[in-house]
Design a protein around this ligand. Structure first.
Ligand code: DX5
Ligand code: ZN
Length: 222
């Protein structure tokens, strides 16, 4: 579940980096390795230049494992597909401010369905673009790579935006967690925690680590 305190550290391995031939086992491996959430990277081949998986995979993971599903919709029309991701068992649905939809309306529909609502902004998108919606979300995802692929290098220029997002929340008495996603490992997580983020999405550095539990611990304690 989503913690109450914005300082509570959450580690969310990204399924995109898992062995797709054994998805069910990979999710339970992550749970036994200490994962708090499972980050589900949905890609449509339009909004990002890659295609991953859809509601059916969310549904099988939801039915076969008991873990909070943090669904990241990197799709052009999140409004069009929303009901299917809700029905599939998503716990938190994050949509991009850059996608082709009425952002406020989509966020409202996510919450009306009883899901937590997240808003994602790409590295090149200024925080200003998200400001009109920050009072309608439970989580702000500051992408630390250009979305589409795992295994990319962390973009340190996003740290300034993370600080600004955490400050905006305090100044305006708002209540959203700050999540980062892309190139996160123990070293970059330490910088993001220090900047004010508390939810760390990590794909390669957890699923591809020789010891997943140690990798998750090193991020959590960084
Ligand atoms: C990229 C995805 C990220 C990615 C993270 O579009 O949104 O979640 O899978 O992968 P790593 O941790 O390997 O950068
Ligand atoms: Zn993601």
């Amino acid at each position: 579940m989503i913690p109450k305190n914005f300082k509570d550290r959450v580690i969310a391995p990204s399924l995109l980096a898992a062995d797709f031939s054994r998805i069910g086992d990979e999710v339970s491996r992550a749970i036994h390795s200490g994962a708090d959430w499972m980050h589900m990277d949905v890609m449509d081949g339009h909004f990002v230049d890659n295609i991953s998986f859809g509601p059916a995979v969310i549904q099988t993971v939801h039915e076969s494992n008991d873990i909070f599903l943090d669904v990241h919709l990197m799709i052009s029309r999140p409004d069009h597909y929303l009901s299917r991701f809700i029905a599939a068992g998503s716990d938190l649905i994050t949509v991009h401010v850059e996608a082709e939809h009425d952002v406020a309306e989509t966020l409202g529909r996510i919450r009306e369905a009883g899901c937590q609502a997240g808003l994602a902004i790409n590295p090149a998108t200024p925080l200003k673009a998200a400001e009109p919606f920050l009072d309608q979300i439970d989580l702000l995802l500051c992408m630390t790579v250009v979305p589409g692929f795992g295994g990319q290098a962390f973009m340190p220029e996003v740290l300034e935006k993370i600080e600004a997002a955490a400050k905006f929340r305090e100044t305006n008495g708002l209540s959203y967690h700050v999540e980062v996603d892309g190139g996160i490992d123990a070293v970059t997580a330490a910088r993001c925690f220090a900047a004010g983020a508390n939810v760390m999405v990590a794909g390669s550095s957890t699923f591809r680590a020789p010891d997943m539990a140690a990798a998750i611990r090193s991020i959590r304690n960084s």
